[in-house]
Design a protein around this ligand. Structure first.
Ligand code: HEM
Length: 320
């Protein structure tokens, strides 16, 4: 009897899980607007030609969207007189960028589709995927699940508490990721997002003056770009090849050349599970590509609004 009940319970849970993901589909826009995906790709491509860094900024926007109440476009909402959104939260203010490219994409797809059918949350997921594939080549292309709808609200407090800061230790990073339903493999693979893009001096100053798990020559050269005081906005690439999705980020970690404290926390050379994953990804671009794509899809499926929930915004910066 008990095992019968257990079986029913498991079946009910499996059905629930399948239903949650069944709401998103790679074919969501094929009938309503088949031009949407090629248009997004071409706007992203043009934006990257205009400014090499922008694809990295688009990838980060998707991450910062998903980690705060799910992938619902909440990060894109502007503050108004009686509403405070996520843009001014500590991890975002004066740091996340790419909003005007999102506006450009939204205008282009709405024009081609003749009405607003593509959500801002989906635009972020597609733009992140396209950026990764443009910087990394075809091995880094994956099919994004689509059909997310946009939130009618956003939370600065949730952004402050849900986004991990670069000062986090390994165990803090892991519990943060676990609180989003992600595991150690997701943590190490997704941190590989730092294979592209840049960081401000204020995000790594503490590391280069106080950490011991850092190559001394690397630290000394960074101190020239990032003085003890001042120069907060001076930029440094997150790995040695900031415009290429490759395994240099992980090789840098093996040599104690992670830029952020949180990056180097993934490799300490003690033989931990995380150490082993860093070693694996550093020597196998295919293993990195496989796990990065799987974890991106997992992250992109976090708590989407579907069906009658949320809305399709006409302007990504404000609710309809
Ligand atoms: C594991 C926890 C993470 C921490 C603590 C973290 C922290 C940071 C910090 C501090 C910066 C520099 C921001 C600045 O100085 O303005 C940054 C940049 C960036 N992050 Fe992360 N991040 C994490 C995970 C991720 C994930 C999961 C992704 C994507 C999959 C990602 C993608 C990026 C990208 C692409 C940039 C460069 C953006 C640009 O150049 O505009 N990060 N991150």
């Amino acid at each position: 009897m008990a095992s019968h009940l257990q079986l029913l319970l498991v079946l009910a849970m499996v059905t629930l899980m399948v239903q949650t993901n069944a709401n998103l589909s790679p074919h969501f826009y094929e009938k309503v607007c088949p031009q949407a995906l090629p248009i997004i790709r071409s706007v992203v491509q043009r934006a990257i030609i205009r400014e090499r860094r922008i694809g990295a900024s688009l990838l980060r926007l998707h991450f910062h969207d998903c980690f705060v109440n799910g992938c619902d476009g909440s990060i894109l909402l502007d503050d108004t007189r009686n509403f405070t959104g996520e843009k001014t939260a500590f991890p975002n203010v004066n740091s996340v960028r790419g909003f005007s490219v999102v506006d450009e994409i939204k205008a282009a797809v709405d024009k081609a589709c003749k009405r607003p059918v593509v959500s801002c949350a989906d635009i972020l997921a597609i733009a992140a995927r396209d950026s990764v594939a443009i910087y990394g080549g075809p091995h880094f292309w994956y099919q994004v699940l689509l059909g997310r709808r946009d939130a009618r609200t956003a939370s600065r407090a949730a952004a402050n508490s849900n986004l991990p800061p670069p000062t986090f230790s390994f165990s803090q990073l892991l519990s943060n990721f676990q609180s989003h339903g992600l595991n150690v493999r997701d943590l190490v693979a997704l941190s590989g997002g730092h294979t592209i893009g840049f960081s401000k001096c204020s995000s790594f100053r503490n590391r280069i003056y106080n950490d011991t798990n850092i190559d001394p020559r690397f630290a000394a050269s960074l101190r020239r770009t990032c003085p003890r005081s001042g120069g907060n906005n001076n930029l440094q690439p997150l790995d040695a090849t900031p415009a290429r999705v490759d395994t240099t980020y992980y090789t840098d970690l093996l040599h104690k050349k992670g830029l952020l404290h949180s990056d180097q926390e993934l490799f300490k050379g003690h033989g931990s599970e995380s150490d082993k994953l860093v070693q694996l990804y550093s020597r196998s671009p295919l293993a990195f590509a496989r796990d990065f794509k799987a974890s991106m899809i997992k992250m992109g499926n976090m708590k989407p609004l579907t069906g009658r929930n949320g809305e399709i915004r006409c302007n990504c910066r404000r609710v309809n």
